[in-house]
Design a protein around this ligand. Structure first.
Ligand code: F6P
Length: 346
């Protein structure tokens, strides 16, 4: 078989490990791989790279993606689907493995459904919010980076009696914020799923100060919606920017929260925005293993001719689900977990 591979959407640690795993599982069957560059753009514009044993060497621990990435989508491009089909035919593709998040997977689902392109999906995102799978690779690495940052912020916050707000990624999902906050011992949690008035956080910081803890570390998910019992955010509310694909561009809400907290408490409040540091660099061992298991399962699906499916983690098992399962509502931190955060707040 000739198997195409693309990586689309925001990169995340573990993408290269998936490519390597697909190679290792497919090569013994005599299958040949072909990489398409820059996500769907590679198929729309026919930009390829060979993926033979030379090209997949040393990939396991390498962050980013050797296939590069973009958020391009055949369905947002003139004649996109037609051009993808022509490229696939030109190269004699028997299958296409699409490694990506919601937007990339939407393209894959429609190419399969409406045009019969034989696709297999592999879910990825550091946000861990993709429906259809319990977990995505990249999340564990982002969590480790964010946890280490929070650990480090504690000591400097304490030395200077400061409040430090650490903003983490995740869009509308607070998984990185909640998990890194718990792991790093944050004193307060602001996550997108839970509307928390900033005055409550100010009360918590004052209560800590009264107990002799004049320093605090607050973790905030980038998609947290600033909420105040009064009108504190009237003048501060950010104008939401969008990226070139029309998705909201997050980043900076920690500054808004910091100004409000300083105003309410008088405590010096500083901000650290981790941003893309969470996405770069080497994958953790857990992400290398998960990405490898996803890659192997994807190769097995291709070999068996089971198309229109996406690999997914369910408990300890890697299975497959209809690729359309990735297109449902994003998986956010459920309400049952709020009390967990309360236990560790303060
Ligand atoms: O979805 C992954 C993610 O890293 C989000 O957490 C973040 O909001 C977004 O991508 C950033 O995207 P970009 O790299 O396009 O700015």
């Amino acid at each position: 078989m000739k198997i195409g591979i693309l990586t689309g959407g925001g990169d995340c640690p573990g993408l290269n490990a998936v490519i390597r795993a697909i190679y290792k599982r497919s090569a013994p069957h005599g299958h040949e791989l072909l990489g398409f560059m820059n996500g769907w753009r590679g198929l729309i514009q026919d930009i390829t790279m060979p993926l033979d044993s030379e090209h997949v060497r040393g990939l396991l621990h390498m962050g980013g993606t050797i296939l590069r990435s973009s958020g391009d989508n055949p369905f947002h491009t003139d004649d996109g689907p037609q051009r993808v089909l022509e490229t696939a035919e030109r190269h004699g593709l028997d299958a296409l493995v699409v490694i990506g998040g919601e937007g990339t997977m939407m393209g894959a689902a429609r190419m399969w459904d409406e045009h019969g392109l034989p696709v297999v999906g592999v879910p990825k995102t550091i946000d861990n919010d993709l429906p259809g799978t319990d977990v995505t690779f990249g999340f564990n690495t982002a969590l480790s980076v964010a946890t280490e940052a929070i650990d480090r912020l504690h000591t400097t916050a304490e030395s200077h009696n400061r409040v430090i707000i650490c903003e983490v990624m995740g869009r509308t999902a607070g998984w990185i914020a909640a998990w890194a906050g718990i792991a790093g011992g944050a004193n307060a949690f602001l996550i997108p799923e839970r509307p928390t008035p900033i005055e409550d956080v100010a009360d918590l910081l004052r209560a800590r100060a009264e107990r002799g803890r004049g320093f605090s570390v607050v973790v905030v998910g980038e998609g947290w919606d600033p909420l105040s019992r009064g009108n504190l955010f009237d003048g501060y509310r950010e104008i939401q920017e969008t990226d070139v694909y029309g998705y909201p561009r997050y980043g900076g809400v920690a500054h808004v929260a910091a100004r409000a907290l300083e105003e309410l408490t008088g405590f010096e409040t500083r901000v650290v925005i981790l941003g893309h540091i969470q996405r770069g660099g080497v994958p953790t061992p857990a992400d290398r293993v998960l990405a490898s298991r996803f890659g192997v399962r994807a190769a097995d699906l291709v070999h068996a001719g089971e198309f229109g499916r996406m690999v997914a983690a369910r408990g300890e098992v890697i299975r497959s689900v209809p690729i359309t399962d990735a297109l449902g509502e994003v998986r956010t931190v459920p309400e049952e977990m709020f009390s967990l955060l309360d236990t560790f707040s303060g």
